[in-house]
Write a protein that binds this ligand. Structure first.
Ligand SMILES: [Zn+2]
Ligand SMILES: [Zn+2]
Ligand SMILES: [Zn+2]
Length: 360
């Protein structure tokens, strides 16, 4: 391919003059990181003025602040804007009560659908009680929705069981995955992405991959509570076609793939081996938990995912509980021609990892 222009930041060939989408998003994120308090206050006013159709600056704000001024969810509720649900992340009690009142009143399934996501994002014990009440005594609109209120709560990174006991599914801490500046830095990283394994996939012949090898003993990763190594192994080809692929890890670095199917049995592609050449490592410092939840140019560990379709937490095959979300890998960070995202989850108690692919 010979395109007439190059991205001035990364050298990618382009059909137009200017930054590539990835460098443009990164540049805008850097600009947002440099906003002064006065500029932030002005952005908040702009967001409130456009609350009917929330501008991207809302996400740039969340990507740098981890929370937004209570005036934003208050304005959203007053305008009955329930999208995106992250507007209501940890919103104050008066806003929560307004959401609950709206949910209890509504007869429209679509509005109930959005309101339950918003309450998932608000996420406190009253939000839980409201969702639990609706799970126990469903309203007529429930028949038009696919899942229970406890699954809507997962939108906010948590859920509850039949007895109303809370279970946290996301980590508050988030790290970006970045490119190593040197071979030494690559060697030292406690997180490595896409390491080739010796064995090949029985279905398609691809080289099997440790999509993640993570040493939880690194000081940055203490928040995960993994006292050793977590390895996530799959076939990087079949994972795009199969149900979530599962593997078991042992803290000394062992990993075993659980049986999987690929009904489409697509052929092995040699280009896939380029994913093993990546230089992705764990970033030096944490970022806000929504850092990777809207802009799709970054891979992140912890925090919130950007689900390309609906959020979907894998059920642990051993204990039957939803797994904890661990990280997202954008395939095009590994190979330009690839699309979609790999989501990695794990069950710490059973030492099982899930890898699932989504794309729009
Ligand atoms: Zn670029
Ligand atoms: Zn395969
Ligand atoms: Zn389990």
């Amino acid at each position: 391919m010979n395109l007439p222009y190059q991205c001035p930041d990364c050298g990618t060939e382009l059909g137009y003059e200017g930054l590539c989408w990835r460098c443009r998003t990164a540049a805008q994120r850097r600009a947002a990181a440099a906003w002064t308090p006065a500029e932030i206050a002005a952005k908040e006013q702009e967001i409130i003025a456009q609350i009917d159709d929330v501008p991207n600056d809302f996400w740039y704000l969340l990507c740098r602040e981890d929370s937004v001024a209570p005036a934003i969810p208050r304005a959203a509720l007053a305008a009955r804007t329930f999208w995106p649900p992250a507007l209501y992340y940890h919103a104050p009690a008066d806003v929560r009560d307004g959401l609950i009142a709206a949910l209890m009143e509504t007869e429209a399934a679509q509005e109930a659908n959005e309101l339950m996501m918003c309450l998932g994002m608000q996420g406190d014990d009253r939000a839980l009680a409201a969702l639990l009440a609706l799970e126990r005594a469903p309203r007529p609109w429930r028949g038009q929705l696919y899942v229970n209120p406890s699954v809507y709560a997962q939108c906010g990174g948590w859920t509850f069981d039949r007895e109303g006991r809370r279970r946290t599914l996301n980590f508050d801490t988030c790290y970006p995955i970045v490119h190593a500046a040197s071979a030494e830095e690559l060697d030292r990283s406690p997180v490595r992405i896409a390491r080739p394994r010796e064995e090949h996939c029985p279905h398609c012949g691809s080289r099997m991959a440790d999509m993640l090898v993570l040493d939880g003993r690194d000081a940055r990763l203490q928040f995960l509570g993994i006292d050793g190594i977590l390895t996530a192994t799959c076939c990087p080809n079949c994972v795009a076609y199969a149900e979530p692929m599962l593997s078991r890890y042992t803290l000394d670095g062992g990993s075993t793939v659980l049986p999987y199917e690929n009904a489409d049995a697509t052929a092995y592609m040699e280009e896939l081996d380029t994913i093993f050449d990546n230089d992705l490592i764990l970033g030096a410092s944490p970022v806000p938990r929504f850092y990777g939840a809207f802009f799709d140019d970054v891979c992140t560990l912890g925090g919130f995912a950007l689900w390309e379709q609906d959020w979907s937490y894998t059920t642990c095959p051993d204990c039957g509980q939803p797994m904890k979300y661990l990280m997202q890998i954008r395939w095009n960070e590994l190979a330009d021609y690839m699309e979609g995202t790999l989501y990695i989850e794990f069950c710490p108690a059973c030492q099982v990892v899930s890898m699932q692919h989504q794309q729009t």
